[in-house]
Write a protein that binds this ligand. Structure first.
Ligand code: O2Y
Ligand code: MN
Length: 591
């Protein structure tokens, strides 16, 4: 018996629309999870892996046309196009319900509808939000068990009148021509049809925790951000927390799980992982910014994850993990490109076909064993560096915010903004250059404000304004920094060693937060005095370090011209504070 009348009514509406044969409420118990896993194994939806070597692990393969988020099919459905802003795909709510309704109609005939009550954030925390996902995919249910807190304890928290986000998902034939990811912020509603993969279907993640939450955050005066949160335990035992936003392919999960390199470990540093993807942050009565990770697991990319790039992630995925679109080895363990092991002699690839290393397709391209966007879904609590603060109702106080991008030449290794307002400008103008591995023209600059371009649930210009307004609520705001781990020399080689060594930069950042070191003022912000970056135990010449901090005014002049075009798309909605910062930067360069 569902005591929440609106929830009961909404589920009945979903049943009427999708016409499932059966409805199952997910209670959150281990016995229910196990029985669903067994059922999915029996139909081939998932494959049980070698339980001796990988206890509790399973593999799932998606449809070939369904391997990543589909941004072109993702819509923000506000009353007017202007409300969604110039950077989002827009559809009116009326059209969204009509188009989505046509796809959902009768789509669950012969199938079971699962109802998953879930909490983003610790149950009962003032930060947290509740959602209910209706889905016809057991794969989704099993992922939601890992990524969120699910079941009866959430229903209990919801009570008879609690607010919840209505999340309807249906595979609907997995036809890309009938695939739509629709967000209707005014109705606190998400409709996802025609996909069975990742960010399109785990509706608590990008859809709720970023797109819908960013809309709600602006209305309620807080922030929903595409950021990792990590804690750095200093040699004196104090832990300081940092939130950081990077566009895709910049190693966010690796940074969140960083292991201190030998030189710094000796000093007594430890890193604690709070979250690797999403941060919800509020001003508290102490005038500081406090943040939580609303998720409960990691949905990390497999290729490139190995013991060198991310030992903690490798340890996290040893058990109770769902692998998606990786290669299956004959001994029922898994493999992916740039992991720890050499390629197996044979296996079953992500498409479900027999595979051997070096195989090529009809176009002469090497066939990968694992899809480049193949994933692991693993419980956060299994991560050796997980912070006990993941379950803290008030989250953690944020000392520094970091924005980052992949720039071959423009941006120095690290710089500090002059103020909160200047920091917001730095985040709003951040960008990354495409790598060879990414779709599109290599080196092309992709602007991605605060790494939120695909995830902002309303007009991005107003989102900038929310950032500016948040600064006014904070008497002790975090300092805002920009980092670039990817600066290259003239030969195209990386100047900075990256990975665990990035802690050397974080150490400087914390020293700046505590006013322990002075810095050098430049037109773009404060940069370190070279001797303040600890180089013990790494081979990095002073000349290389100097090159890492060069500021080339010709490059910046080009950047500012390009930015003018980018910012002009926001028209009069662009906050005057951002315009002022743009002019001030130009003036500091003397352009
Ligand atoms: O392609 C997908 O569906 C996953 S995308 C993703 C997954 C985990 C964390 N971040 C992202 C992202 O695109 O930012
Ligand atoms: Mn992400």
């Amino acid at each position: 018996m569902i005591k929440h009348k609106l929830l009961d009514l909404w589920v009945k509406e979903c049943v009427k629309l999708c016409k499932p044969d059966k409805v199952v409420w997910i209670d959150g118990t281990e016995s229910m999870r196990k029985s669903l896993e067994k059922q999915a194994c029996s139909t081939g939806e998932i494959v049980k892996l070698n339980q001796k070597k990988m206890p509790g692990c399973v593999l799932h393969r998606t449809a070939l046309n369904d391997v990543a988020r589909t941004e072109n099919l993702t819509f923000i459905c506000t009353p007017t196009k202007k409300d969604a802003g110039p950077t989002n795909n827009w559809m009116s709510p009326k059209e969204a319900y009509k188009k989505g309704g046509e796809i959902f109609a009768g789509s669950m005939k012969g199938r079971t509808m699962y109802i998953i009550p879930f909490s983003m954030g610790p149950i009962g925390s003032p930060f947290s939000k509740i959602g209910v996902e209706v889905t016809d995919s057991i794969y989704v249910v099993l992922n939601m068990y890992i990524m969120t807190r699910v079941g009866n304890k959430v229903l209990k928290q919801l009570g008879e009148k609690g607010k919840f986000t209505k999340c309807l998902h249906g595979k609907a034939g997995l036809d890309i021509k009938r695939r739509l990811i629709l967000h209707i912020p005014k109705d606190n509603t998400i409709w996802s049809a025609g996909s069975g993969y990742g960010g399109n279907v785990l509706l608590g993640k990008k859809c709720l925790a970023l797109r819908i939450a960013s809309y709600q955050a602006q209305k309620e005066g807080w922030m929903a951000e595409h950021m990792l949160i990590l804690g750095i335990e200093e040699p004196n035992g104090r832990i300081e927390y940092i939130a950081a936003a990077f566009p895709s392919a910049c190693g966010k999960t690796n940074l969140a799980m960083l292991i201190p390199p030998k030189g710094l470990e000796k000093k007594g540093y430890k890193v604690w992982t709070v979250g690797d993807d999403i941060a919800w942050m509020r001003a508290d009565s102490d005038g500081k910014l406090w943040g939580i990770n609303p998720e409960w697991g990691f949905f990390g990319v497999a290729p490139g994850t190995n013991s060198k790039t991310n030992l903690n992630a490798m340890k996290t995925v040893r058990k109770n993990t769902i692998f998606t679109n990786v290669l299956l080895k004959p001994d029922k363990t898994v493999w992916w490109e740039d992991g720890d092991e050499p390629p197996p002699k044979e296996g079953i690839d992500w498409r479900g076909s027999p595979w051997r290393p070096g195989m090529i397709d009809d176009g002469g391209n090497i066939l990968k064993g694992a899809h480049p966007n193949s994933r692991f879904t693993a419980p956060a609590m299994q991560c050796p560096s997980i912070s006990y603060r993941l379950e803290q109702h008030h989250g953690v106080p944020i000392s520094a915010i970091i924005f980052g991008g992949r720039r071959a030449h423009l941006a120095p290794l690290v710089y500090e903004s002059f103020s909160w307002q200047h920091g917001v400008y730095v985040g709003a103008t951040m960008a990354s250059e495409r790598t060879a591995a990414q779709y599109g023209k290599q080196g092309e600059v992709r602007r991605d404000p605060m790494a939120m371009l695909p995830f902002c649930g309303y007009d991005m210009a107003k989102y900038f304004k929310n950032w500016i307004d948040m600064g006014r609520k904070l008497s002790s705001p975090p300092k805002i920094f920009h980092v670039n781990w990817f600066r290259q020399d003239k030969k195209g080689e990386f100047l900075w060693p990256g990975y665990g060594e990035n802690l050397r930069v974080l150490e400087w950042i914390l020293k700046r937060c505590n006013n322990d070191v002075k810095a050098h003022k430049t037109p773009i912000g404060y940069v370190p005095y070279l001797e303040d970056i600890d180089r013990t135990g790494i081979k990095l010449s002073k000349d290389k370090l100097k090159d890492l901090f060069l500021i080339d005014s010709k490059e910046w002049s080009r950047e500012l011209k390009d930015l003018e075009k980018f910012l002009s798309q926001f028209g009069n909605n662009l906050p005057k504070e951002i315009k002022r910062e743009y002019s001030a930067l130009k003036k500091r360069f003397g352009f």
